[in-house]
Structures are given as C-alpha cells and as structure tokens.
Design a protein around this ligand. Structure first.
Ligand code: SF4
Length: 373
C-alpha cells in the first residue's frame, strides 16, 4: 500500500517483482511484472512557489492533476516511513522554491573529466526512471519528484562563479532532466543560459531516447549530451522504464548528426551473470552502430556506493544489486578488486581500440587499478 496521500488507487497492486536477497547478481531477475500508473496525477505546490511563472507553466501542462497546496516541500518529501519504491510507480510532483547553495562541488565518487572547477546542481530531485542500482534511493525518503522552479537563482549563483573562473556543471545528476523536458522545459532554459557564457560547460546526463525532444533543442559546443549505455539484459532487469539500448544508440547518432558533443557513459557496469559475454555483446553493438571517431569521450565505471546510501537502499528494495556482498574500501562499497578489475579491463580493451586513451575516463579505486594494470 502506498503511504502518502498522493497514492492513486491503482498504485497498490503495482508491486515490482523482486529478487531473493541471497541470489548472486544475474541479468534476469526483476525483469517482469512491473506495471506503472501515469505519473503526476497529484501535484503539491509549496506556498512560495505558487504563482511563479514556471509553476504556472508546469501546471498548465497537467490540467487533470489534483493540486494540493503545502507549506514546504519537506512536509511531503522528507516525511518518514514512506515507501519510495512503490511511490515511483505513480510519483507525485512537488513544486517548490530552492534555497542556496544552488551549486555543489562534485562528489568524490563522480567522474570530473579532468575539470578543475566541477559542480553539480540539484534543481530536480528524483527521477522518472526506476533503476534498481540508483543511488537516489539511498539519498531520499521519497519516490516523488521535487522541482525547484526558481532556476534563475541558480543562474545568478553560477554567474557569480563565472566571474572568478570557468565552470563545468552537471545539470542532470539527481534526476534525468531530458526525460522530464516536455513537462519542465528546464534543459531549454539551461541552454539559453549557456549559449552566451564563455567558460561554462554543461553536462546533460540521460537515458532518454526522445529524439523529438532533442530536435527542439539547439546543439551547443559547450553542452555535452552524456548518454548512459547498458547491455540490453541489464536494461531489462534493472533499468525499469528506460529506453532499450537500440533506441539510446539511435539517439546518440541523431545527436551527432545535429552537432551535439556526445559522451558515452558505461557507468555503472554491473557484475552480472556471464558479464564478459553480456558486455562484449553490448560493445559489439555500440561500435558497429555509432561512428566512434565522432564521440567526444567515454566514461567508464563499476557500481560503487557509500555505506549509508547502501544501507538505505537495502531497506527500501530487495534486489540482487542492492544485496550483493560488496567490499568496503576508502569509505565506498564496491565489487572485490578482481571482479571490478575484470569489468574495467574488458571496457578498456574494447574502447581503446576505437577511442584514443585521452578520451577514456575511468572511475577506479586504487585496488581495481592494480588489477587492471
Ligand atoms: S536514470 Fe539515473 S537518476 Fe534516473 S533512476 Fe536511473 S540511475 Fe537514477
């Protein structure tokens, strides 16, 4: 049963299939029996956000939604004893006004691509997709989606930073902004901001394959479309509601033809059953389909997560990914070095054949580096 007033009646019987906690990671569990209701049939609007232009614009696109005023988004989003996994089947939307800081320094577990001034923003919290390995399950109490409608305050904060030095900003880390673009229009707003800002580079990370959305956006040299790619069996088992690999590759090719700088992200790689075969088949497909010489760069990493997030993820979801017996190293839970090393070696071997070394960015712990060397 869903635990918040936003639950629609159809939510209760939409229980995701779960894998037994004791199973090793395989690429077949949790693939079936996941059904979802339409998202955003309920919209909570924070007092301070009511009447703001972006709030009105978003609400105008949801004419059938039940709109509920609230004093603060935290009343809904931070409430204890929620069931985020079930809420994700029919998430509510929460429109709120964000407070400073609007930009954060990149986390140690994130790839900085050699950028000295690396930031991310959290203008939207939570995601319309439902990946079983998603760290957001460890961050948030809720499966609902919060949108901070005062994006212009983030732009003002970023302009202050740009007076001092250049900035590399990930705008789609705690969400998938492109997947929400038809409703929010925030990617377009970011691109309008970025087009005149020397020294600013944006990364737009996504699993979306919506070419119609992409075609409505301008391609800019300083906005990188970072597409996350996974093997088809991994997508089917763990990346619920996301587009298949073929659609993501088509999106990559369309983006290249439109002039976007494109990054391919093979992150997180998972230690699935027959991982070598599964990932080799994916790299075969990618290399055959995408003109790799035109790719800006590639990002590669194995699944890793902080201890606190992993504990919370295990509480809200019994999954072969969350229940894997990871090892704790340098404060991060990750695969044992030999397993991580084998995955990374495979990726290095396949990608080094088609991309120069300086365009490959690996996230590695010291111990997995020893194995891959
Ligand atoms: S697409 Fe990314 S942000 Fe969205 S659920 Fe999957 S891992 Fe999380």
């Amino acid at each position: 049963m869903c635990s918040t007033p936003s639950a629609s009646p159809v939510c209760a019987d939409q229980v995701a299939a779960t894998a037994a906690c004791s199973n090793p990671v395989t690429a077949s569990e949790n693939a079936a029996a996941v059904r979802y209701a339409p998202a955003f049939s309920t919209v909570y609007v924070e007092e301070a956000a009511a009447g703001l232009p972006r709030t009105k614009e978003i609400l105008s696109k949801l004419p059938k939604a039940t709109v509920i005023p609230c004093k603060s988004y935290r009343e809904i989003f931070n409430r204890p004893h929620q069931e985020p996994t079930r809420q994700k089947h029919a998430p509510a939307l929460i429109l709120a006004v964000g407070q400073p800081p609007f930009l954060y320094d990149g986390a140690p577990v994130c790839q900085d691509f050699g950028n000295r001034h690396f930031y991310y923003t959290s203008g939207v919290m939570n995601c319309i997709f439902d990946c079983e390995y998603c760290y957001l399950q460890g961050m948030y109490n809720s499966g609902h989606i919060v949108v901070f409608v005062n994006l212009e305050d983030t732009f003002a904060a970023l302009d202050e930073i740009l007076k001092e030095h250049e900035a590399y900003v990930c705008i789609s880390y705690d969400t998938d902004l492109l997947a929400l673009e038809p409703l929010l229009g925030m990617v377009k707003a970011w691109m309008d901001f970025a087009k005149d800002r020397a020294g600013l580079t944006l990364e737009l990370r996504t699993k979306s394959a919506s070419e119609s959305v992409l075609r409505k956006l301008p391609a800019l040299p300083n906005v990188i479309l970072a597409l996350t790619l996974s093997p088809e069996p991994v997508i089917a088992a763990y990346e619920h509601r996301t587009p298949p690999l073929t659609a993501r590759l088509h999106m990559a090719n369309t983006a290249l033809s439109l002039g976007w700088p494109v990054r391919l992200c093979f992150d997180p790689m998972l230690a699935v059953h027959n991982a070598a075969d599964v990932y080799n088949a994916m790299f075969d497909t990618v290399i055959r389909t995408v003109p790799m010489a035109q790719i800006r760069d590639a990002s590669i990493g194995v699944f890793r997560i902080s201890g606190e997030y992993l504990r919370r993820m295990r509480r809200c979801r019994t999954s072969a990914v969350t229940c894997y017996p990871y090892e704790l190293r340098d404060g991060v839970y990750a695969y044992p070095p030999d397993i991580a090393g084998r995955l990374l070696s495979l990726a290095r071997e396949r990608l080094a054949a088609v991309l120069p070394e300086d365009r490959l960015f690996f996230w590695e712990t010291e111990s997995s580096q020893e194995v891959t060397q």
